[in-house]
Write a protein of this length. Structure first.
Length: 276
């Protein structure tokens, strides 16, 4: 009996140690609250966290916080009242920003969504007013490959196009459904933080000119300028509205895949503007 009691006490000690070994981050608010949580994301203006044992993501403005003591021991302060030394023995106190309320639990994120992950929605390429399946596939692969080249430099996680198509099909979104699918449906199916949609329209003007034949009314059709227009839209996690939208048009005499250079330029502009 004594041995059983001893064994029970040892097991309780081990269990208590195991439960206590998982450390949480501690969030100090300006109105005196202490929140034990796990910080999952820090942006320029907000902190996202979840409570132990929960998957719901909560968001709070940095202006409402005093500091965070992370489980690693590192401390990060936010707008804490500071003193600025001037002359010897004299101190000027700078008041802290008025604290704001802790927001309610409003944002629900899927645990499988990775930060900085991007999926290219299968692109659309229309040539002379007609949808081209071959060019659309080439466009989708080209954009995905180009983003993958940028991933190491900008810490982006690019979803492979094969996985993107498989995920869409598994969620009942085929080519016909893709046109009418909402951003929320696409986001749930693809599971990435960002969605990139791109469409190319390429039209070659045709002109009729007098032919150098025997009859004065002899005419022939010749190729004119090729006009290329690209529409780029990028969607984030906040809502179904795009966080970036751009369109470009280029026209030249010879059709030499203008869309490739234009697409690269527009993607570079997006990355630079959004500081990714």
């Amino acid at each position: 009996m004594k041995n059983l009691i001893t064994l029970f006490l040892v097991m309780c000690s081990v269990l208590a140690f195991a439960q206590g070994s998982t450390k949480n981050d501690i969030i100090f608010t300006k109105d005196g609250q202490l929140i034990q949580a796990k910080v999952v994301k820090v942006t320029a203006t907000t902190i996202s966290f979840n409570y132990p044992g929960e998957t719901v993501i909560n968001e709070v403005e940095k202006s409402a916080l005093e500091k965070i003591v992370f489980a690693s021991g590192r401390t990060q302060t936010f707008g804490k009242s500071a003193s600025t030394p001037t002359k010897k023995g004299e101190t000027v106190f700078v008041p802290a920003e008025k604290p704001g309320p802790i927001p309610k639990e409003e944002i629900f994120l899927n645990e499988r969504i990775e930060d900085m992950s991007i999926a290219v929605v299968p692109a659309s390429f229309n040539k002379n007013g007609n949808y081209s399946k071959e060019l659309s596939s080439e466009l989708s692969s080209y954009i995905t490959t180009y983003l993958a080249k940028k991933s190491a430099e900008h810490q982006l996680k690019i979803q492979d196009m094969t996985k993107t198509i498989r995920s869409l099909v598994d969620n009942g979104i085929g080519y016909q459904e893709l046109k009418s699918a909402s951003i929320s449906q696409l986001r749930n199916a693809l599971g990435t933080e960002f969605l990139l949609k791109i469409e190319v329209e390429e039209n070659q003007n045709k002109t009729t000119a007098k032919a150098g034949g025997f009859f004065d009314d002899a005419k022939e059709t010749v190729s004119g300028n090729t006009k290329t227009t690209i529409h780029l839209k990028v969607y984030g996690m906040e809502n179904d509205n795009e966080i970036h939208m751009a369109s470009m048009t280029y026209e030249q005499m010879k059709p030499t895949n203008n869309w490739q250079a234009l697409s690269e330029y527009m993607i570079d502009q997006f990355i630079a503007l959004k500081s990714l």
